[in-house]
Design a protein around this ligand. Structure first.
Ligand SMILES: Cc1cc2nc3c(=O)[nH]c(=O)nc-3n(C[C@H](O)[C@H](O)[C@H](O)COP(=O)(O)O)c2cc1C
Length: 358
């Protein structure tokens, strides 16, 4: 049966995955409060819609790093995608290319970046976790340029691997091999990364640089001063430092600081078209979908990732029309207002009918 709602996709993913894989996807660090706060933040904004504007045709397309995005959405980097569906990153690559959005490929999933580039031509962005010294990193950046990647993303919020207690409680080591804490071998080199790493990449390589994991204005300012090409607001979907602000709440100060000099991306808790529209109102260029991408992959591979994007587009178009806005470029903060959330936030609270057994 064809999926007609994102609800059905989330439900099918739940049915398809074993408990270890489900917990790896859905879980976060420590108390998982950052996950809930991401949703709480999104649900704390409501719309102030306008009426009697012609919305007979709405435009949600935008542009990032020279690539057209059919909707202002990116496939966020997800490690070990092959555990959700055998095609892994390749299934997402095919769906993203067919639909017309950018994929950010994680360095810790299959197929690897060179194999994928051969099989599914870009544009595509490569996200790297440092697992070697500077020469190792340089080699990978050079090879990613050679393979045709159009952007390079450093994830800066993973200095060490966090304590994912769902996994630890079961003594389960996920496919990405994550081991919690400072000194763990898995992410040893990540903890050595500094602003000098950023300066080195900008000096040495001619590829747009994205810094993912920005949370505060001070770091956004430094990114822009150092020539970083895209600032990506993220708390890693509540999987790294716990007790952070929700990303939608971190967004406005970053947007204010960046002052339109570079695009600002955001992720964390975004599951619905209306969520995406809220971030655009607050000045984001595009929104990264993390768990939703993996849920769709787990629910039915490439075809369901494509279907998820179509449903998201439908939700975005409907939201825009009902807000009286015919083009995403006309969204602005005056179309939002603070309000108390109506539902108890949790990782899947964007799908309230799941609890009712649909
Ligand atoms: C299963 C899983 C694996 C992830 N792996 C990576 C990764 O390899 N690299 C990275 O930068 N972020 C990774 N992330 C974080 C996502 O890129 C993104 O920041 C986060 O999922 C956004 O929050 P959301 O899941 O609520 O949409 C991962 C997230 C999940 C759920």
């Amino acid at each position: 049966m064809e999926f007609l709602t994102l609800h059905e996709i989330a439900k099918r993913a739940r049915n398809n995955l074993d408990k270890n894989t489900w917990d790896y996807l859905i879980g976060g660090s420590d108390t998982e409060s950052a996950i809930r706060r991401n949703r709480y933040g999104l649900d704390s904004w409501v719309f102030r819609p306008r009426i009697l504007n012609d919305v007979s045709s709405v435009r949600a397309g935008t542009e990032l790093l020279g690539s057209d995005l059919r909707i202002p959405v990116l496939m966020a980097p997800i490690g070990s995608m092959q555990v959700f569906e055998a095609g892994g990153a390749e299934s997402v690559a095919e769906a993203a290319a067919e639909f017309g959005v950018l994929q950010i490929l994680s360095s810790v999933c299959l197929p690897d970046f060179e194999t994928l580039a051969e099989r599914v031509p870009g544009p595509r962005i490569y996200q790297l976790y440092l697992m070697g010294d500077q020469a190792w990193m340089d080699d990978l950046i050079a090879r990613s340029i050679e393979a045709g990647y159009t952007g390079f993303c450093l994830t800066a919020d993973t200095q060490v691997y966090s304590r994912r207690e769902r996994d630890i409680l079961k003594r389960h080591v996920p496919a990405s091999g994550g081991q919690a804490g400072a000194g763990s071998q898995t992410f040893n080199y990540q903890s050595t990364m500094t602003w000098e790493t950023v300066a080195h990449i900008k000096e040495r390589f001619d590829i747009p640089l994205i810094i993912k994991g920005v949370n505060v204005a001070e770091d956004a300012k430094r990114c822009v001063e150092m020539g970083v090409d895209v600032v990506y607001v993220s708390n890693h979907g509540g999987r790294q430092l716990d007790h952070t602000r929700s990303c939608i709440d971190a967004l406005p100060e970053v947007v204010d600081t960046v002052e339109g000099r570079v695009p600002v991306l955001v992720d964390g808790g975004f599951m619905r078209g209306a969520d995406v529209v809220k971030a655009l109102c607050l000045g984001a260029t595009a929104v990264g979908m993390g768990r939703l991408e993996a849920l769709a992959l787990a629910a039915g591979g490439e075809a369901t990732v494509l279907r998820m994007l179509e449903l998201l587009e439908h939700e975005i178009h409907t939201t825009l029309a009902l807000m009286g806005v015919s083009d995403v470029k006309d969204l602005h903060p005056g179309l939002l207002e603070r309000a108390t959330p109506m539902v108890e936030p949790h990782v899947l609270s964007a799908f309230p009918h799941l609890a009712e057994g649909y």
